[in-house]
Design a protein around this ligand. Structure first.
Ligand SMILES: Nc1nc2c(c(=O)[nH]1)N[C@H]1C(S)=C(S)[C@@H](COP(=O)(O)OP(=O)(O)OC[C@H]3O[C@@H](n4cnc5c(N)ncnc54)[C@H](O)[C@@H]3O)O[C@H]1N2
Ligand code: MOO
Length: 632
């Protein structure tokens, strides 16, 4: 069975627009110009009056006839009597008998008149009629979204009323039996309606008038009824969710029943089950339910239809070129929108791909932009230069890039640095952090790698992987790692030796916690094969804690703070060093001084200690690395 079609974004948009003929939201209205900020011009506007509308002085000074001044120079001052000159202020009209202005600071005032040391040229310091805008000239064209200076220029050129497009009304229809309003505490199986608020905000940003309808259950007749009503009362209709082909996905059936489905299934990911329809000549779009799918479809498809119908060209995002830190693969079937983090190291933009799940709103909230992988591409290799569409203008010079192992103390550090400095962090484990520093792709990395031979932390790894690289090691915290088990410890776990036969949620290879677990298993003589779930990997302490909390695992190794956050019992195993590995360049920069400053604050230390299981006695101490920081 062919699940859905897979039409390219461009083709799908073209076919939808063609089906709408010349339909525009396009009803016009005439409004007072001073209320038109942000509105879209529905006419070409010609100036009613010139600006300035009389010859005016550009400076405070004296109006003169240029011909009276021709002989003046430093060796030959010329005096002009009061009858030949007249004082003028900036903006005042120039009298018909004069054709030049001399600035007040360029004359000597005498009793009988003024003395000048250089000749004045004709029209100097005069703003002639129409210098800025000439009456009847074209000032602004149809489709312009009016900005503050546009309004000012329209007013100055004698325009009092203008024709603008009526604000397009966009109906937003949340659907789904499981969807509840945001002010209700959701039960298991219920989801609060966050998408309607996302769509509302985006439509507002584009200059439309969004109207959110009450949540409609998954019922063909009810959805049909609300869609008919919305089509009659608005210019464009967005039906949210029910876009795929599940048992309760009615969106395409309803659109088919009331009008025409132009396409169901677009070559975009996330967002593939999108429905483009036409009911009574109006666009009706089925937007998928997953929040990031919804965001991408709104941004890439709905926005384009909106701007097209509103007589405007769709604005495109600013792009920057950046070096990719990790490979990204993409299916040739889709144009893919991968959320990325951007940082700037040594003047170069660095880009790291984030998780791709369509439900992960945090990737849009914490991400900096999209890496758009065209349908024709299988992706990019690490180190390639790629273009990133950035979500907003941001000063990346004030963003610290942290790639490595995550710790909650880093989150608290970030709250102390904000808003002056931001931390953009990618959680790839300690070894990943060491590699990022080696490649010059991070300012710092959190690392906690136990060396099983020596029983020491981090330094043996730095010796092995970062020989000759200029870096500095600084302690952030010492923290207690232990076994996180269900409340009340029902399996009566006391030590690592109790794990055989039980199920575990493990950390990924390269994570410091994983190295510690393997070390402790070896010491206890326990074979990993005897532990169920040993090969199932999670990327954060909290993800492991959540597995234990949900009883999918009996135990996991992690920090006390994660166990506490999830209300789990904790069996301490080991106190480890969680250090920050800093690039030399960052260590020597003023930004590091700001970070260091936070580490000396009692408030900061108290807040971290309150998480539990932390020891900050050595926080901020630089750890000697003879080979690496001899020059520091
Ligand atoms: N068998 C298949 N199932 C699915 C496929 C597929 O190819 N084969 N595609 C998946 C993809 S991709 C997407 S995207 C989703 C599209 O889902 P629907 O548009 O049909 O939406 P639902 O299934 O109703 O919901 C999905 C998800 O989104 C949540 N949701 C819905 N409305 C809201 C809202 N207003 N606010 C917040 N969250 C919302 C909903 O609860 C679900 O969790 O289908 C996959 N399935
Ligand atoms: O299209 Mo779905 O949006 O890939 O997640």
């Amino acid at each position: 069975m062919i699940y859905l079609s897979n039409t390219s974004i461009d083709m799908a948009l073209k076919n939808l627009k063609d089906s709408l003929d010349n339909y525009r939201f396009g009803a016009k209205e005439t409004i007072a110009v001073d209320t038109a900020l942000g509105r879209v011009l529905a006419e070409n506007v010609f100036a009613n009056r010139s600006v300035p509308h009389y010859h005016s002085s550009a400076m405070d000074g004296y109006q003169v006839r240029a011909e009276d001044t021709v002989d003046a120079n430093v060796d030959n001052p010329v005096s002009l009597s009061w009858s030949k000159v007249k004082y003028v202020d900036t903006g005042d009209p120039i009298l018909p008998e004069y054709d030049s202005v001399i600035k007040i600071e360029d004359i000597h005032k005498k009793e009988e008149g003024i003395e000048i040391l250089s000749a004045a040229t004709k029209w100097q310091h005069i703003r002639p009629i129409g210098e800025d805008v000439t009456a009847h000239d074209l000032l602004l064209t149809i489709g312009r979204k009016l900005k503050p200076m546009d309004i000012a220029a329209l007013i100055a050129s004698g325009i009092r009323h203008i024709d603008v497009f009526k604000i397009p009304k966009v109906a937003i229809l949340p659907t789904g039996d499981e969807i509840v309003p945001y002010d209700k505490e959701p039960q298991v199986g219920e989801i609060v309606d966050s998408n309607s608020h996302l769509f509302y905000g985006m439509v507002k940003e584009w200059g439309g008038e969004p109207e959110v309808y009450p949540i409609t259950p998954d019922n063909f007749d009810k959805i049909k009824e609300v869609v008919s009503k919305a089509v009659a009362n608005s210019d464009m209709v967005l039906i949210n969710a029910g876009s795929s082909a599940g048992s309760e996905d009615f969106t395409s059936q309803v659109v088919e029943n009331l009008g025409e489905v132009i396409h169901h299934g677009i070559a975009v990911r996330p967002g593939k089950p999108t429905i483009l329809g036409n009911i009574g000549g109006k666009p009706v779009i089925g937007v998928p339910g997953y929040p990031v799918s919804g965001y991408v479809v709104m941004d890439v498809i709905v926005k384009d239809v909106f701007y097209h119908l509103n007589g405007q060209v769709t604005p495109s995002r600013k792009k920057i070129e950046a070096k990719l830190t990790k490979p990204v693969v993409s299916d040739l079937k889709y144009q893919e929108y991968v959320r990325v983090k951007v940082g700037k190291i040594n003047g170069q933009f660095i880009v790291s791909p984030m998780s791709r799940g369509s439900a992960l709103m945090s990737t849009v909230v914490q991400g900096d932009g999209f890496l758009v992988i065209p349908q024709s591409s299988e992706g990019y290799k690490a180190g390639e230069t790629v273009q990133v569409e950035v979500f907003e203008e941001k000063n990346y010079d004030n963003t610290l890039v942290s790639i490595g192992s995550h710790d909650m103390a880093l989150d608290i550090l970030a709250t102390y640095l904000a808003p002056q400095l931001g931390i953009s962090s990618a959680h790839v484990g300690s070894l990943g952090g060491i590699m990022a520093l080696k490649k010059g792709e991070a300012h710092f990395a959190g690392i906690h790698l136990l060396d099983p031979q020596s029983g020491t932390y981090n330094i043996p790894y730095i010796k092995k992987y970062l020989k000759g690289t200029k870096i500095v090691l600084m302690n952030l915290v010492k923290r207690t790692q232990g076994l996180m088990v269900q409340k009340g410890n029902p399996k009566n776990i006391k030590a690592i030796g109790d794990l055989p036969g039980l199920s575990l949620a493990n950390r990924q290879k390269g994570a410091g916690t994983r190295v510690l677990l393997d070390y402790l298993l070896e010491q206890a003589g326990v074979s990993p094969a005897s532990i169920q779930g040993y090969n199932k990997e999670y990327f954060t302490h909290l993800a492991v804690a959540a597995e234990v909390k949900s009883k999918r695992a009996d135990a996991g190794v992690g920090i006390y703070a994660a166990a506490k956050a999830m209300d789990l019992d904790f069996i301490p195993l080991y106190e480890e060093n969680y250090d920050l590995l800093l690039s030399e360049e960052f260590y020597l920069s003023p930004k590091f001084k700001e970070l260091q400053n936070v580490l000396t604050k009692t408030d900061f230390k108290t807040e971290v200690e309150a998480l539990g299981g932390y020891n900050l006695e050595e926080c901020g101490n630089i750890i000697s690395l003879e080979e690496n920081n001899s020059k520091i």
